[in-house]
Write a protein that binds this ligand. Sequence first.
Ligand SMILES: *Cc1c(COP(=O)(O)O)cnc(C)c1O
Length: 225
Amino acid sequence: MINIKENVLQFEEKFNYSLNKEKLKKTSVQVVAVTKNRSVQLTKELVQEGFYHLAENRPEGLLEKQNELNNQNIIWHFIGNLQTRKVKKIINHIDFLHSLDRLSLAKEINNRAEDRVSCFVQVNVSGEGSKSGVHPEQLEKFILQLSEYPKIHIIGLMTMAPLTDDENAIRNVFSTLKICQRKIAQKKLSYAPCAELSMGMSGDYQIAIEEGATYIRIGSLFFQE
Ligand SMILES: *Cc1c(COP(=O)(O)O)cnc(C)c1O
């Protein structure tokens, strides 16, 4: 049995501890509930607990949830790889994209979006071959190239930490992303204020908050049995 209420209580205790420790207000870190592969019923229970930012990682899953939940108050995030040919399906149905990682994707978004899209550039900080994302050395150039696409609004950077028990390795990835974010923000590009950091998942969000996360993406913690 999955007890969403209980899982939320347990999460909030630790989340509040982290916020207090860093002297942060509750509004300074946005929790994005990752509902990918979860049922509509469980997703509804999570919304009832007050989570209105939801993330999906497949276009089909996103559209299905939107249809079935039919709730105008929900703010929709797309995380994970977005195939260029699927952009048109979802780009006018989401509020945030966390996985902008190539110019061909930016170009397609620019062609298909009706309004400006709030995007995070996904950065492959750890350099693992299995991970998508722009490499930190190529980030500046990539972001400068995005000026050609007026529908792209870069609100921040996103990364995924490596799967490891080595807390220092994880912390290092998050602090490196913060350094990258500051560098871009300093350029004061009108299309790339780049003030936000989307980093931290169920296993590492407390480290991410310590390193400056402003959006954390939490899935499995909410749905554990
Ligand atoms: C699945 C996923 C998450 C959530 O991960 P959990 O460990 O379940 O909290 C966060 N971000 C991305 C990009 C994901 O694919």
